[in-house]
Ligand binder design. Sequence first.
Ligand code: GDP
Length: 453
Amino acid sequence: MTTVAAIGTPHGKGGVAMVRVSGESAFEVASRVFAPSSPKKFSEFPHGVACYGSFTDKKGIFDDGICILFRAPHSFTGENICELYCHGGLLVTKRLLAACLASGAVMAGAGEFTRRAFINGKISLTQAEAIGGIIDSVSEKHLEISARQANGSLSRSLASIYDELKLLAASVYAYIDYPDEDMTDVSIEEMRERLSEIKSKLLRLSGSHTYGRAISEGVVTAIVGKPNTGKSSLLNSLCGEERAIVTDIAGTTRDVVTETVHLGDVILRLSDTAGIRESEDTVEKIGIERSIKAISDAALVLAVFDMSRPIDDDDKRLIESIFELGKESKTVCILNKSDIANEFCHKLPFERTVTVSALNNEGLDSLVETVSMMFGAGEIGENDEIVVNARQAAAVDKALSAVSSALDALDGFTQDIAGMDIELALAAIAEADGRSVSEDIVNEIFSHFCVGK
Ligand code: GDP
């Protein structure tokens, strides 16, 4: 593979910046741009130890700094790696990179280093994705889970399910081929039990994704209600001091300007389309039509009603829309303005209702509690695996449905079908873990990484 180089630190001014070079000729490249201050030869540098020296290109010395060598296969990518640390100026960092490129390295693509780590078998795809999670995480919980999974915790869980399934597949086929002989260690009864256990594990993993998504990508949320019910006030109260982190990351699925609110571990993403910013000219409009799209796109609908006024046709129309769109189970009915509520004691047909005063920040705790009940950790324990990533979740679901079919097949005494289902489950687990994913998917995953990672 070619030798690649990229700036590994963020673009901007800082104390230190790092250029990473990886590939067979990484040391030659580094030896052309870095002159150690010690009399030791470059090739004698110890593994993983910082050496001081100066950086140079054809115009001469332009900075001093540190070089660390990692010899293959004991490096992040599994290849020879050289990390060069210069002062963190924009120009000096670019010049160091240019010097590396002029010395035989080619520019690394997005996620190239992590991709090489994956291709060289240093990390699994779930670990690579978890590294992406560490970089992207905006909640403590997401960071904690990503760090654990970058260490291979989810890969190990999936691998143990894979191994168990493999054993059961072998047994089921032995049973089919030699039904009268005692060729297998696993009786059909035991197989059923083991498959049920695997099914429970997969059910737990699959169920954890609602929470996993809520702490990583966030829950797409629509705040809806007719004008003046207090939607903006509610948003302000929810944001508190943390008002609106605006994420505008080009080229990712998050390519919409979004207000992000943290409620406990759960992140709510209130998209611009949610009708929360009614401009002067639209304020007169009832806004229901506009809200319809927001409601249909949302995983959580916060439907706001004014407790100080009777429910009117506009409110009723909103309620109808929510039911027509089948979003009632995703809706929290918010009865706002409890501080000036009067005889209008609204009984609206929602499963979940909270009474708040957005103006006085009252009742928000019960809103947080309700949202946590819908999207929070629930039964998930501190150390349980959580599937954060949508690709992994889809593969786990595939495995789950295959295992369920295998169990049904065993009950119907059609072991050959059970064997095929177990094989499907194996393929799905292999996909979740990245043992067998197509190159397109691998490319897609790494294209979301930044250059230099
Ligand atoms: P929106 O049009 O739904 O976004 O409503 P706003 O948040 O702009 O609020 C409309 C009006 O209701 C403003 O004058 C707010 O100060 C007021 N308001 C909002 N929430 C409350 C509340 O909990 N109690 C009281 N008394 N007034 C509120």
